[in-house]
Design a protein. Structure first.
Length: 83
């Protein structure tokens, strides 16, 4: 189970430059995990998570759950078995 963060919109009022960097990066590069963002911005994952939670409360980003195995993965497993 993996959570990725997805851009929703930019804020109506000005916000801190660190938050704007995250928003711009998500908008330009698509959904990412907090760990990937931490590596990109050379920060600790907990720092990025706190910033993302703040942005989520403002309605600027959302966390989306992506299962590690999808239905297609299970279908591929069953198709390889002989009946």
């Amino acid at each position: 189970m993996v959570y990725v963060w997805r851009f929703i919109r930019f804020p109506e009022k000005t916000t801190r430059p660190e938050y704007m960097r995250i928003l711009l990066y998500l908008k330009n590069n698509g959904p990412m995990t907090s760990r990937e963002l931490a590596k990109t911005f050379l920060t600790k994952p907990n720092t990025i998570r706190k910033m993302l939670q703040h942005l989520r409360r403002l309605g600027l980003v959302e966390a989306v759950w992506i299962p590690s195995k999808t239905l297609e993965d299970y279908a591929e497993d069953n198709s390889t078995e002989s009946i």
